[in-house]
Design a protein around this ligand. Structure first.
Ligand code: PSU
Ligand code: MN
Length: 358
């Protein structure tokens, strides 16, 4: 049977699949989906382009076809050519961060969108790609029980049968609650060659996982069983950062802890505290007239103190920026190393799954 010529525009599903990805899917070959938020919002240019190209090359070297996913001028694309990838990397944050909730709006307005884990999973499943490699997924934020800030990545994992290969979640999030939420969503969580869930920059998080896998073939068997049972839910395969980068991960971890403290008591609030202290000292030396002034200062300083805590969606950018500065950029290098390692593992799993299905 002769194959139809490759399509230029989107298919009837509204998604444009590259000829290379389409051919691989049609023949039951190994395909690995890749997200674009990490390129546009996670790394600076030109490191982002270099990393994206290297990740695609690693996937190819290990026998699978890479399929980077993004929305270009309102059309979801699965598999980008080198020109499209370069444009994505140069445009950076001009591409709208697109989670599941944003897809319809980005498509309707004909805009450019960088897909997060939730949106990438959605499109991967839509075209029949069961495996997706990334760096880290979103999760339950610290104090998420109060703020309800829980990434849509977790709910997507609950309802979309795609296996996500990641290095776990960053410890700026609440890892224990993230795992609880994944359990509630019915997501299979497997740790690769370890019994502990990794914390992105570090191999350990203190949280045990119920399922350990030790080879790409074992992962492929779980994905295959998930498909055959029509469970309909996703799988999270957590691969720890490679050992040689985990050493610097300890430094990164302490930078995260310091940044979290700074977010709670920012430098300006510490200054106001100092001001309050000086006022109190001065007032003990002078008479009653100044005492009233001291009370006014006390009120102003207290307001200032409570105002300067960094809260809400400002926390993540603040912490990530501080971590980058405090580690002298080594957090970025670790990030790149773990993404490449995930690409290697993901490609091997994709090949093993393709072999199982033959
Ligand atoms: N975590 C990382 N790096 C990332 C992201 C998360 O360590 O680049 C990105 C991914 O695209 C993820 C998204 O899907 O952030 C989650 O965003 P939010 O917390 O707004 O759901
Ligand atoms: Mn959020």
């Amino acid at each position: 049977m002769s194959r139809a010529p490759p399509r230029e525009g989107p298919s009837p599903t509204g998604v444009a699949v590259s000829p290379e990805v389409e051919a691989a899917l049609a023949s039951g070959g190994a395909v690995v989906a890749l997200e674009s938020t990490i390129i546009c919002h996670g790394m600076p240019y030109p490191k982002n382009l270099q990393t994206a190209m290297e990740v695609e090359a690693i996937v190819r070297e290990n026998g699978a076809v890479p399929a980077t996913i993004a929305i270009l001028n309102g059309v979801p694309h699965v598999g980008l050519n080198s020109e499209q990838l370069k444009n994505l990397a140069i445009s950076g944050s001009q591409f709208q961060k697109t989670a599941r909730r944003d897809i319809a709006q980005v498509v309707a307005s004909g805009s450019n969108g960088a897909t997060t884990v939730s949106a990438t999973m959605f499109f991967a499943h839509k075209v029949g790609i069961p495996i997706f490699v990334t760096g880290g997924i979103g999760g339950v934020h610290r104090y998420g029980e109060k703020t309800m800030d829980i990434s849509s990545d977790l709910t997507e994992l609950g309802k979309t049968p795609v296996a996500v290969i990641s290095a776990g979640v960053k410890s700026i999030l609440d890892i224990a609650r993230t795992l609880e939420h994944l359990e509630t969503q019915g997501v299979t969580v497997a740790a690769y060659r370890t019994n502990e869930f990794p914390a992105f920059f570090t191999e350990t998080s203190g949280c045990k996982v119920p399922c350990r896998v030790d080879s790409p073939e074992e992962c492929a068997k779980i994905i295959y069983a998930n498909q055959n049972m029509h469970l309909g839910s996703g799988i999270l395969i957590a691969v720890p950062v490679p050992k040689q980068h985990a050493a610097s991960g300890k430094v990164i971890e302490s930078a995260i802890q310091q940044s979290l403290k700074e977010a709670e008591y920012s430098p300006s609030s510490l200054l106001s505290f100092l001001f309050l202290y000086v006022c109190a000292c001065t007032c003990s030396w002078v008479n009653m007239y100044v005492y009233e002034q001291y009370n006014v200062n006390l009120i102003i300083c207290t307001l200032f103190l409570s105002d300067k805590r960094i809260i809400g969606n400002a926390i993540t950018p603040f912490i990530l920026d501080r971590v980058k500065v405090l580690t002298g950029g080594s957090s970025l290098e670790a990030n790149i190393a773990l993404v490449k390692n995930n690409a290697l593992t993901g490609a091997k799993i994709a090949v093993a799954l393709s072999d199982l299905r033959k």
